[in-house]
Structure formats: structure tokens, C-alpha cells
Design a protein around this ligand. Structure first.
Ligand SMILES: [Zn+2]
Length: 222
């Protein structure tokens, strides 16, 4: 659940990155492991089932839905550099996490989709896909079940058909993937600002550690 677990995890990773920085390390293997791990957590906040949250294993329709189009962040360098006047600092990882989770919940709440319920047209909202719990607990899939990506299916004896389903699914997935790219870029920017403030100095041996020891070494393809 993002409300507790994810933000605790990201706070720990952020603390680790700040400690790495304070210790003068910005190029060691662990620094990038921490950064990559944190960015993964942030990207996860663009998946409705992770934010609502809905218990699922590896079988979430939204996560499985393939999308291959544009997922650029839409952020310009200037937009990235604009710092919030309240803090005059790049948003930290936990701020980015909460903001992304809230954006996902808002995007789910904004869904309006026409479906045919046993052949009768009806408008549904995002809660038909992902239903939040009323007591800050786990939510569940809505009346449409875990059927994101399908245009015709049966749930509890009710036959649903979604006209223009693929267009809707692709558009929503694209919107969330763009959000994932955006938050990743913002996290990298936070890291670079941390670096740029001079809190981080890379000892030469750590830079070298990232280079292959022997340039003639080739990774064997199996
Ligand atoms: Zn998942």
C-alpha cells in the first residue's frame, strides 16, 4: 500500500542516498542501486492497482496491457528547473511519490466511460475498475473486475461490452506511462541537484569502478 509501505521504503532509500551524498559517494554501485530502486517505487505509483491499492499477483489487466506509443515526459528543461517557491528545492523522492500516487487516484476518479451492461448503455467511472476502500484499507477491483484490456466479458452473470475499448485502454495506459516517465525524470533531477550542490564528490577510484576493467573484455551472449 502506498499510504504506508511505499513511502516508508522510498524514505529509507532517500535517506540512504543522502547519506551516500554526505559520505562523498555519488558513483558507487550502491548509489545507483538505491536510485534505481527508488525510481521503480515511484513508477509503481502510476499503476492504479498499486495505489488504490488492490491486492494482485502478476495478473493485473492494466499492468499487462501492452502500449508501444509515445511515453515522453512532456517536461522541458525549464519546467524541470522551476523550483517550488515554498522550499526552493527540487521535490524530494517522498514528495514525488505522494504527488504521483495522488495524480493516479485523480486520473482514476476522472474516468468516464460508456459501457453496455447487458446491452443497455451506461456511464461508468474509474471505480468500476478500481474501488478504493472506505477505511484506508486495501481496495478491490470494481464491478468490471480485473478486466482492463478486454472489450467484452462477463462478471457475475452480467455481460459487459465496451465500445471503443482499445482506444480508451491505450489512452489511459499512455497517460500513466507518461506520468511514470515524468516522475523518473524528476527523481533524476533531484539526484543531480543533490550532486550539483557540491554535497557529493566522486573519488576517482569509484568512477573507475564503473568502467570495465579490461576494455577487451566482451560480455558473452548466451
Ligand atoms: Zn503490480
Amino acid at each position: 500500500m502506498w499510504r504506508y509501505d511505499s513511502s516508508v521504503r522510498v524514505s529509507r532509500l532517500e535517506k540512504a542516498l543522502l547519506e551516500d551524498a554526505a559520505g562523498g559517494d555519488n558513483g558507487g554501485f550502491l548509489v545507483y542501486a538505491h536510485l534505481g530502486h527508488a525510481i521503480h517505487q515511484l513508477q509503481d505509483m502510476t499503476v492504479p492497482a498499486h495505489v488504490v491499492p488492490v491486492a494482485h499477483w502478476l495478473n493485473d489487466g492494466f499492468e499487462k496491457f501492452p502500449f508501444k506509443g509515445d511515453i515522453s515526459s512532456g517536461l522541458s528543461c525549464n519546467q524541470l528547473k522551476q523550483l517550488p517557491s515554498a522550499t526552493n528545492a527540487a521535490p524530494d523522492l517522498n514528495t514525488l511519490l505522494v504527488r504521483t500516487a495522488k495524480q493516479t487516484l485523480a486520473s482514476v476518479a476522472a474516468i468516464r466511460l460508456k459501457v453496455l451492461r447487458n446491452n443497455k448503455p451506461e456511464w461508468i467511472s474509474g471505480a468500476a475498475f478500481w474501488q478504493e476502500s472506505s477505511n484506508n484499507d486495501f481496495g478491490h477491483y470494481g464491478v468490471l473486475g480485473n478486466n482492463y484490456g478486454r472489450s467484452s466479458f462477463v462478471v457475475n452473470g452480467v455481460h459487459y461490452v465496451i465500445p471503443n475499448a482499445q482506444k480508451f485502454y491505450a489512452k489511459f495506459k499512455q497517460q500513466q506511462m507518461k506520468l511514470a516517465t515524468r516522475v523518473s525524470v524528476q527523481a533524476l533531477y533531484w539526484f543531480l541537484v543533490l550532486h550539483g550542490k557540491g554535497q557529493i564528490k566522486t573519488p576517482p577510484h569509484q568512477r573507475l569502478a564503473l568502467q570495465p576493467r579490461d576494455s577487451s573484455t566482451k560480455i558473452r551472449a548466451n
